[in-house]
Design a protein around this ligand. Sequence first.
Ligand SMILES: Nc1ncnc2c1ncn2[C@@H]1O[C@H](COP(=O)(O)OP(=O)(O)OP(=O)(O)O)[C@@H](O)[C@H]1O
Length: 253
Amino acid sequence: MASMVLRDVVVDIPVYNASTRSLKNNVVSAATGGRVVLGGGRTFVRAVDGLSLELGHGTRLALVGHNGAGKSTILKVMAGIYHPTAGRMRSEGTVASMFDIGFGMDEDATGWDNIALRGRLLGFSRREIAKRTPEIAETSELGRFLDMPLRTYSTGMATRLAFAISTAIDPDILLVDEGIGAGDAAFLERAKQRMEGFVGRAGLLVVASHSDDLLLRWCTTGAWMEHGRLRLLGPIREVLDAYHGRDRREAAE
Ligand SMILES: Nc1ncnc2c1ncn2[C@@H]1O[C@H](COP(=O)(O)OP(=O)(O)OP(=O)(O)O)[C@@H](O)[C@H]1O
């Protein structure tokens, strides 16, 4: 069973070469981004500010909010890539993230070798990799290019391979950041179908996106983030309405 608990999570990201003078002028006025904090001769962005969430099996959560609201940072905490500066994150179940799909791939290795390499990183046994390799190869549609080193692939080709490998597992917890950019139109259509199945099988899903269509299709609950803080948690439709209602009010002011 998948579950995830965040308690008072704070993520501060230090900034080493910011102009302190201009930052001081921007601290209060910025409409986007996390809160810029100046203190003790240090400058940092408080990307997540005291977030608590309890997500049980079956949760399909959408993270919504303005640019820099903290959505991607939260996903990185959930994936274990970032450690909270304060607070705690605990999760149960295997986690797969769809925002670092090219991570762990080797430019000098062939497509086949990269399937094995990335498969190992995703936690597959050698036997599982061997079982899934034909399906991964077929999804990638790379044909003879799988015999060639990754450095000879175009960006879209490398993304196809990474996508085919990443969606070959069935994780308990799936974390998705929007815009996986899988390449040309025909592949995108097939990628969409494969992604739907992948999303449907996950026990717990968290998606960060600016696309209402996507969020309404995949998610049931919404979390509206603002300057790193949770502003509203509730049914997805209500959260999107409240979020856009605020946008409209701000535009009218
Ligand atoms: N590597 C970094 N160095 C400094 N600040 C960072 C870094 N990564 C994120 N931030 C800051 O953390 C805050 C939250 O960023 P994050 O990427 O989580 O926002 P987001 O909600 O995903 O935004 P978007 O919708 O634009 O993708 C922003 O103010 C951003 O400037």
